[in-house]
Design a protein around this ligand. Sequence first.
Ligand SMILES: [Zn+2]
Length: 209
Amino acid sequence: MKLVFLGPPGAGKGTQAKIVSERQKIPHISTGDIFRENMKKQTELGKKAAEYSNKGLLVPDDLTNKMVENRLNGNDCKRGFILDGYPRTIPQAEFLDSIMKIDKVINFELSDEEVVKRISGRRTCSKCGTAYHLLYMKPKKSGNCDKCNSPLVQREDEKPEVVKKRLEVYKKQTSPLIDYYKKKKLLVNISAFSTIEEITKKVELSLKR
Ligand SMILES: [Zn+2]
């Protein structure tokens, strides 16, 4: 199964990719991992990509495409894979189509309100980095870490105003992709407003169709 996962921040796309990858025995491929891997190994592509990201610029599509293509040529991808964070643009989607046939595109849907609630509730320990959530994983003592008692902080990109901006960027980027895959009849919409187990069940059911 060659799969692409789409979804806004906070929809649990990465979590589902990890679970489904283990259950289906296909690799979970995120662009973040591909970038880090290429930079760590100092590949030519990695070095070029680093030049852009060090300047705070977006890595151009042709570099990203090439790195993804190399990764998808890996032996572990023969039975399939889950792409997470790629494609992000129509040219990337067209490139992907030119190198192989994707079986399904799973689009995790979540309301803006729920995205903001999920992300802006996150807190992190300022010392040991343990993650909490004000609604779903409350610390025993409000505002302090259970493990080391250090103050909990909210990351800048988890503040409601910033989350709303991230969502706008996501929608602007992703809505053309959703249309693109809908036209190709590959798109499966799955509500992410549910438990992790329920969502996995729905994903796996959709793979059998
Ligand atoms: Zn701590």
